[in-house]
Structure formats: structure tokens, C-alpha cells
Design a protein around this ligand. Sequence first.
Ligand code: HEC
Length: 400
Amino acid sequence: MKKITLLIGTFAGSLLLALDASAAGKIDFKKDIASILEKRCIECHGPDKKKGGLRLHTKDEAVQDEIITPGKPDESEVYARIVLPKDDDDIMPPKGDPLTTAEQQKIKDWISQGAIWPSGFVIGGAALAKKEEGPGPAATPDEKKAIAELEKAGVSVRQIAQKLNWTYVNLRVIGSKFDAKVFAQLARVQTLQELNAAGVNLTAADIANIGKLKNLKRLHLEHTTVDDKTLAPVKNLANLEYLNLFNTKVTDAGLNQLASLKKLKSLYLFQTKTTGKGVAALKKQMPKTYIDTGWDLKELEKIKAEIKAREEARKKKEEEEKKKAEAKKKADAEAKKKAEAKKKAEAKKKADAEAKKKAEAEAKKKAEAAKKKPAAKKPAAKKPAPKKAAPKKKADDKKK
Ligand code: HEC
């Protein structure tokens, strides 16, 4: 009797499960399975860790014989592990609660239905992409060397943000003329994401070097000599998101080259030789790009003021240095004079001391000679009698 009840119970259970499965219908991998794997398995079996030599975030790594055997949950280690008793050493996940029976069932059904995994789907892909954006590649020894050389030339390569390897360089605040070497060195710094060369004297070779910065996202070329021809290397910057060409000689022909910049989000074209027609044509090719043909006049004034201030600061510095050099020259001459005077004084002191010594020696000699030969007694000179002072008249009397 007992046995029969048990049988019926098991049967009813199976029936319920079967009903459940049919109610769930076809399992949707993205909706039903990916979230379970992402929440409970990927931290140990994903891009970061490969516990037990297993990764479960891509189809190629997860759906393989005996791990996940399509159509055969009973020959799939993944299923076998998740349905083990809670206290079994081999249960997955090894920490936290076991998967719920509903989750276990979903995985079983999904495997039974052929373990369909949409091609190219990566579990945690969004987070992964974000991470790849992340700190960026560490500088290679050659990049470090180039950065050191740039620093020596007065060009600072700075981190975009703390904990990031991506860098930026702002030439605009440093000057307007740079040696061609600086751009050759910059071209070696592949961590560069932002370059501000506004107002800088750029040669075609310099721009060609800028065109080698494959990771560049933001490029300021406003107020430079760039034109259609010299702009050409910029179209190689596949990651470029921001390009500023304000106040350059670029025309519609130059614009045309930019259509290949698939990631470009903003393009600034105020005071270029481009026309409304050319811009409209480009807009058609790059519908997602924000193309600015106007310019905030305040920004324009700001740039002009900055350039002027930079020029003035340079002049001031030069003058100060000149003054400093002159002051130093003067101080040096004075110090020399003083040193000479001191030398002279010392020589005099020495001569005096010698003369004194000589005089003393002579005096001594004389004294000794005098002792030996007593001098003849001189007759005492007769002192004249002191004159008697005439009595003074009293001033009071005279007044009265
Ligand atoms: C906290 C870490 C951790 C989590 C989370 C985790 N595992 Fe594991 N897994 C391991 C370790 C460690 C091993 C290797 C030791 C072993 O085989 O038990 C392993 C082994 C495995 C194996 C055996 C691999 C083989 O080649 O034999 C499978 C299958 C597995 N895990 C599936 C899963 C599934 C499915 C999940 C999520 C439901 C999961 N694991 C969650 C740590 C984890």
C-alpha cells in the first residue's frame, strides 16, 4: 500500500513537472537561461575566471559534449551538477542556495530542446564591453619612452582619469610651434584618446603622424592650417568621436573624406570653406553625427583671448629672463669688484703689518743701542713764566 502511494506520488510529481514544462513552452535562451547563468555561474565560469577549466559565457565554450549535450540533459554535466543534493561536494554553484527547482527545470528543458544559443550572444556582453572600454591597455615600454621624451620637450601626456591608462595631450595650452619630432613621438603613444592641437602650426607630416593615433576619440584642429589635402590622414582615425575644424580652410571636398568616420558623433565646421550643400550631403551620409556649422561667439572670443594671453605670457617671460640675466651680470660685476677691493685691502693690511713690524724692530734696535751708550745729559730748558690772565669785565656791568 505504502509503495503504491509512493508510486502515485512520484507519478503525480512527474505529471506536474511535465505540465509545468509544457506550460513554459519553448524555452527562450536570452530570457530564461542567460540570466540564470549570468547570476549564478559566470563569476567563476566566465571571462574573468575559468574554474574547473570551464567557461559558460559563450556558446563555443559552454555547448560542448558532456558539458551541455544538446537534446540530452542526462549526458550534460551542467545539469547533473545543479540537481545534486545541497550538501554534495560537487553541487553547482558551490556557494549560496542551490538553483530553484524551476531554474533546474528550465535548464533541463532548454537542453532537451536542443540547447539553442543564438550565435554570437555573449552572457554579460554589455558588462564585458564596458570593461573593455575600461582602464585601457597599459603603456608599452616604447610608449613609456615616447612619453618621457615628450615630457622632456615640455609636452605632458596625462591620464584621462584616475585609474585609466587612456591619455590626453593639450598642446593648445603649451604653445603654437612644435618640433616635428614631437608629433613623431605622439604617434607612438597609442593610449592617446584626446589631442588638442588648436591654434598649433601643423605641417602635413604632423597631421600624418596624428593619423596614426588609432585610439584617438577627440581631436581639436580648430584654428590651424589644415586644409582638404592635409586633412586626409584624419579619415584613418576609425575611433574618432569628436572633430573640431573651426576656422580652417577645409572645403566640401575635405568634408567628403570624413564620411568614413563611422563613430563620429560631433563635427564642428564654423568658419570653414564648406557650403550648406556640402554639409547637407555629409549629413545624409552620417545621419547620426551632430554637425555644427555655427559657433558660439563666446567660445571664439575665448580662443582669441587665450592665444593673446599665451603670446603675452611668453613675452613677459622672455623679458623677465632678460632682466634676470642682466641683474645677474650686474651682481657678478659687483661681486668681482668687491673681491678685488678685499684683496687690495688685505694686501695693504699685510704691508702695514710688515711696516709696523719693521718699525718696531728698528725701535728696539735703537733702544738697545741707547742702553749700551748712555746719552749725554741735556740741560733742562728754562720754563717761561705763565702769563697772568687779564681780569674779565663783568657782562652784567656792561649791560647796566
Ligand atoms: C564560486 C565559484 C563557482 C560558481 C558560482 C559555479 N561554479 Fe562550477 N565550478 C567551480 C569550481 C571551483 C569547479 C571545479 C571543481 C569541481 O569540478 O567541482 C567547477 C566545476 C564545474 C563543472 C565541471 C566542469 C568539468 O569540466 O568537469 C561544471 C559543469 C560546473 N562547474 C557548472 C557550473 C554551473 C552550471 C554553475 C552555475 C549554476 C556553476 N558551475 C557555478 C566553481 C563555481
